[in-house]
Structures are given as structure tokens and as C-alpha cells.
Design a protein around this ligand. Sequence first.
Ligand SMILES: [Mg+2]
Length: 210
Amino acid sequence: MGKSAVFLDRDGTIIEERHYLSRPEEVRLLPGAGEALQRLARAGYLLFLVTNQSGVGRGYFTLADVERVHERLIALLAPHGVCFAEVYVAPEAPDQPSQGRKPSPHFLFQARDRHGVDLARSYMVGDKRADLECGWNAGVQASILVLTGYGADTLRTLPEPAPGPLWVVQDLPAAADAILRGTRACPGRGKGVGPAAGADRGGAAADASS
Ligand SMILES: [Mg+2]
């Protein structure tokens, strides 16, 4: 059986959203983000960062700037004993050809192939529609929308019903709670669609029927 993973958007999900962040000193963890990732890691989830950084393709900053930002992020997470199995960056602008730019599932497939991740038992967490679609395109158990960053705006503009299994939670700590409980957590706005618990790919039910 493959490993379970949580794929994480960066800006507005783990750290404060800043317009085209490129300076390491501006990296700020969102409240509770370090502890949330620690709980997921301790529960055995591999953690992957999956970030679109079109500021590189647009010429606003360089890939080296992105790497410095990630060094800072990794340093901020280290006291929590958290590290990423991989950091995936799509540096292209939206009008440039890109294999990895979300909503492409490319990096999730790469994690599946290189790390033995079982995508059907994994999650994608983010604050934008491209994050959710990335997870759906890869066939994750659920895409999880956090309401930090652009999340509240994203929720308002999502089609109903959502095109794939969607959980909506307040923030990353709540996403970790929901993943660790293995249950849906929706705000009662009809967005928490997806297979019902009994029909889900849950271990016992799937084993019994296969
Ligand atoms: Mg984001």
C-alpha cells in the first residue's frame, strides 16, 4: 500500500499571502501552521510543497529568490520538526508552457512515482481554485480549501456542486484536524460535496468490496 501525503500550497495556506513575495524576511507562518504540519507529519503523512511562482516567469524575481524564500520557510518549520519530502515550484507565467503549474497534477504524479504516494489516500490543501483543481486532476481523496489567503474569495466563486471532493475549513490547523479525523468538515454552505463516508475509498469498505 502506498504512502499517504498532504500536498500544500504555500502562499495564503502555510504563510501569509503577500503579493509576489520574494524576500525571505517577509515570510510569516500563518497562526498554528507549524503545529498543524507537525501533527500531520507525526501521523505519517508525507508533506509536499506545491507552489506556482509566476513572478519568476513574469520577470519580477528569480528562481534563486524563490529558493531563498523556501530556505526561510524551512528554517521556520524546523523547530516543529517538519520538513517537506519535496518542494515543487512552477516558475512559469500563465501564458508560458508549463508542465507543473497548478491546476496541472504533474507534481502530484511525480510524487506518486518517486515516493510511492497513493494519491487516492492523499489530500491537496490550498486557497485558490487552481489548488483544488490540481488535487482533483490528480485524483486525491479530497481537495481542501482553507479560508485564509484568497480562500474566502475562492469559496464565493466556486461552482455548486463543486467538480470534485471538496472540504472547506477555516485554516491549516483545521485542515489537519479534518485529515486526522478522516471526516468531512464543511461550513454548512453546501460546498462539502464528495462521496459520502460509507461510499468513500475507506480501507475496510474498499477491501470488503474488492
Ligand atoms: Mg495560495
